[in-house]
Write a protein that binds this ligand. Structure first.
Ligand SMILES: Cc1ncc(COP(=O)(O)O)c(C=O)c1O
Length: 424
């Protein structure tokens, strides 16, 4: 029965029952964390043999222990190109973090500008950026750090609402970019449709230095390796649409080998790649080639990486299923929430009734379960409707996750019942 169909007496009886259950949880002294999308220890252990690899010579004889090779060893470029589904010549292998490349990319645009005119964004007045919401808090944080105006665009199951995106970018030359997580978006797990990808590639923009920040963070992070989501090749679509320098593409092996000790790479149109290489030459002599070799020797090729991802999926899939099953069992009939059931990535997106997300997160915290702060999925941490909560199932054990998910559902129910009673 839906909560909204209950009369006051039924709601009050339910509230008393839920309060009792909540008090029981409080006594249990739980200490569980579903806040950040970190791989669990078992996942990290999968890559431990990589640390035994002591290879120092690249295929062309380069001594990887020494200085040099700005844009990555040839085999590392080939590997990351296959991983990101782009041609080798369009790839630069950077250091250990794609977020770091994104920050540097914004910084370069801000200080030196981007093609075709290289007019620094800092000299162009108030810069605006499109932020599909709910989205990844750290993306918003990068553009917030530069003082850009962050414009929210609603997400749909097929990607950002393209009618809104197209009309905004066509009419405002101050809009210089959009954040995109095209496959298994953070936090919904949505996959951009072919139509969305084509429209992003082809849409006319008032700014000639507009860029799409294409963060393909979860390109191989499928929960079912037999049903991998596919997206169109954005670089190729942009080139075909006459906008070859529009994409800034990012990826990393953070959630494949080790966060903070993986390989991160950037891909873009040919002219952009050359421009970035020129600028970065005064920033570094080269990144960690020993880590590049370790990764290459460990995986061999992209098939080796995909076989490794199947091991991650075997750990993660039961966790996502546990949360999905619990949500459906506990909340499915009550009509007080909606959530996504991703086929990959690291998160699920959950909506309470408006005005309840903060309360639910606080109630969970008080009973020992930490969730991502309500609002984190919006620019400046402000969810005007106060309804979105990001769920990150990867880190806790299956048993901890069961308890955490059950407590979470209890808090959603209790907060919803209290809201209905106040409104009656
Ligand atoms: C969409 C997205 N991009 C980037 C990152 C961080 O990537 P990296 O570890 O390569 O900096 C995350 C981490 O959660 C993410 O969700």
């Amino acid at each position: 029965m839906q909560l909204k169909e209950m009369d006051t007496a039924q709601l009050q009886a339910l509230k008393i029952d839920l309060q009792k259950q909540y008090a029981d949880y409080q006594k249990m002294g739980l200490k569980l964390n579903m806040s950040r999308g970190k791989p669990c220890q078992e996942q990290l252990d999968l890559a431990m043999p990589m640390l035994d690899i002591k290879e120092t010579r690249a295929a062309d004889g380069t001594d990887a222990r020494n200085y040099g090779v700005l844009d990555g060893l040839p085999e590392a470029k080939a590997f990351m190109a296959a991983f990101m589904s782009v041609p080798e010549e369009n790839v630069i292998v950077f250091g250990n973090s794609s977020l770091n490349i994104m920050y540097d990319t914004v910084m370069r645009a801000y200080v030196f500008g981007v093609l075709p005119n290289n007019t620094p964004w800092k000299d162009q007045g108030k810069i605006k950026f499109l932020c599909p919401v709910p989205g990844y808090d750290r993306h918003f944080g990068v553009t917030e750090a530069f003082g850009f105006e962050l414009i929210e665009v609603p997400m749909t199951e097929n990607g950002p609402d393209m009618a809104t995106v197209e009309s905004l970018v066509a009419s405002d030359a101050q809009i210089k970019g959009i954040w995109c997580v095209p496959k298994y978006s953070n936090p919904q797990g949505y996959v951009y449709s072919d139509e969305t990808v084509r429209r992003l590639a082809a849409m006319p923009t008032a700014a000639d230095d507009f860029r799409v920040f294409w963060d393909n963070a979860y390109c191989v992070h499928h929960l079912d390796m037999d049903k991998p989501a596919q997206i169109l090749d954005f670089l190729a679509e942009c080139a075909a649409a006459g906008n070859p320098e529009r994409p800034f593409i990012f990826g990393s092996t953070s959630k494949i080998t080790f966060p903070g000790a993986g390989l991160a790479a950037f891909a873009a149109g040919e002219q952009t790649v050359n421009y970035v290489k020129k600028l970065m030459a005064s920033q570094t002599i080269g990144y960690d080639k020993l880590n590049q070799l370790r990764h290459i020797k460990f995986f061999g090729n992209i098939d080796g990486l995909l076989a490794h991802m199947a091991k991650h999926a075997a750990i993660l899939q039961p966790k996502f299923a546990m949360v999905a099953d619990t949500l459906q069992r506990e909340l499915g009939d009550l009509g007080c929430a909606e959530w996504t059931n991703p086929q990959g990535g690291y998160f699920m997106s959950f909506n309470t009734w408006p005005g309840l997300a903060k309360k639910v997160v606080a109630m969970c915290k008080e009973a020992g379960v930490e969730l991502t702060g309500a609002g984190a999925t919006y620019p400046h941490g402000i969810d005007k409707e106060d309804k979105n909560i990001r769920i990150a199932p990867s880190m806790p054990s299956l048993e901890d996750l069961r308890q955490a998910a059950e407590l979470f559902c209890l808090c959603v129910k209790l907060a919803s019942v209290e809201k209905l009673l106040t409104e009656k």
